[in-house]
Design a protein around this ligand. Structure first.
Ligand code: SF4
Length: 332
């Protein structure tokens, strides 16, 4: 039995119909038809706790813009492709992406609590990457036989969308592999459904012998309200290192005040800004793109206003490079 406001209920009762989203947010009905058209390629999905942070009647709300399908997504733009990071070539077995030395990424699930319109995995073949019982053993063998792997990164989809039982089993299995030292979880769930941070989850993460880091994904300061903040506090109390990576997005966080607000809000709740990514050129997201020169100028201006530890590294992921590529700041 789960209560009506449990994370499982909130996860299974998201807003998936553009007309309902538009109605709940008092937005013009003219937005419904284009949203339905764009949602055919990548569905709408918004959980209620996130929706409540969107300002009603404001079509320019920075949280709304991250989730509202727009017809511009259906236009083809040169250079914007289905697999912008060429992950298919680093996919040795189902559910495994092994790109960087010493680190392996596991695709725990294709499910997310929210569908972010700019997501670089919006076309990812999740069906071909299911970790069923057989693939689970293959994955464990892969990790066991390569002693250079010290860190496992749980990704998705959203890895915290899986049940606590499955997560516990994975953490237990990983803990038996002696050369693994660190567990990293990339998740948006503690922000979009903070109810996901339960005592059971904290116990699983806190009791693991693996040093655990949670990398959140927050793009705008308005995503962090008191409830999210308390969930972040609970994670810190459980000795989980909290980092954030954001994506620089046109019309959402492309100003110095917005970035300052974001990084100060994160740090106010104990989260260190880690990366600010320029957009991965994924098909359907070109309208969010910001030229490198503009991004570099923004971060340079941000540096002039904040201490260094509140300024994330501006970076891009380039296929075939052995690590993320940090973009330099500029002099003017
Ligand atoms: S994988 Fe992350 S960025 Fe992509 S849709 Fe899911 S929550 Fe959003």
């Amino acid at each position: 039995m789960t209560s009506l406001d449990s994370w499982q209920q909130l996860l299974s009762h998201t807003i998936d119909d553009p007309a309902e989203l538009i109605r709940l947010l008092d937005l013009p009905e003219t937005l419904v038809a284009p949203a339905r058209e764009a949602a055919k390629g990548f569905p709408l999905r918004v959980p209620m706790p996130y929706l409540r942070r969107i300002e009603k009647g404001n079509p320019d709300d920075p949280l709304l813009k991250q989730v509202l399908p727009l017809v511009t997504e259906t236009r083809k733009v040169t250079g914007f492709v289905a697999d912008p990071l060429s992950e298919a070539q680093y996919n040795p077995h189902q559910g495994i992406v092994h790109k960087y030395k010493g680190r392996v990424l596991l695709i725990m699930t294709g499910a997310c609590a929210i569908n972010c319109r700019y997501c670089f995995r919006r076309h990812f073949p999740y069906d071909e990457n299911r970790l069923g019982p057989e693939q689970w053993q293959t994955m464990l063998n892969y990790l066991r036989t390569d002693s250079s792997i010290e860190e496992v990164i749980l990704s998705g989809g959203d890895p915290l969308a899986v049940s606590d039982n499955r997560l516990q089993r994975l953490v237990n299995d990983l803990s038996t592999i002696r050369h693994l030292k660190r567990l990293r979880i990339h998740s948006r769930l503690p922000v979009v459904i903070p109810e996901r941070v339960t005592p059971e989850l904290l116990k699983i993460l806190n009791e693991s012998r693996l040093q655990t880091t949670l990398v959140l994904h927050v793009n705008h300061g308005n995503e962090i309200d008191e409830t999210v903040g308390h969930a972040l506090n609970a994670l810190r109390d459980a000795r989980i290192t909290l980092l954030n990576q954001a994506v620089l997005l046109r019309g959402i966080n492309d100003s110095v005040p917005a970035l300052k607000h974001l990084n100060e809000s994160l740090f106010g709740w104990g989260v260190l800004p880690y990366y600010l990514f320029v957009l991965d050129p994924v098909d359907g997201a070109a309208h969010f793109d910001i030229p490198d020169a503009e991004a570099q100028k923004l971060v340079t201006q941000l540096q002039a206003q904040l201490p260094g530890y509140l300024v994330p590294k501006l970076a891009r992921e380039i296929p075939d490079r052995p690590s993320k590529t940090v973009l330099p700041t500029v002099t003017s």
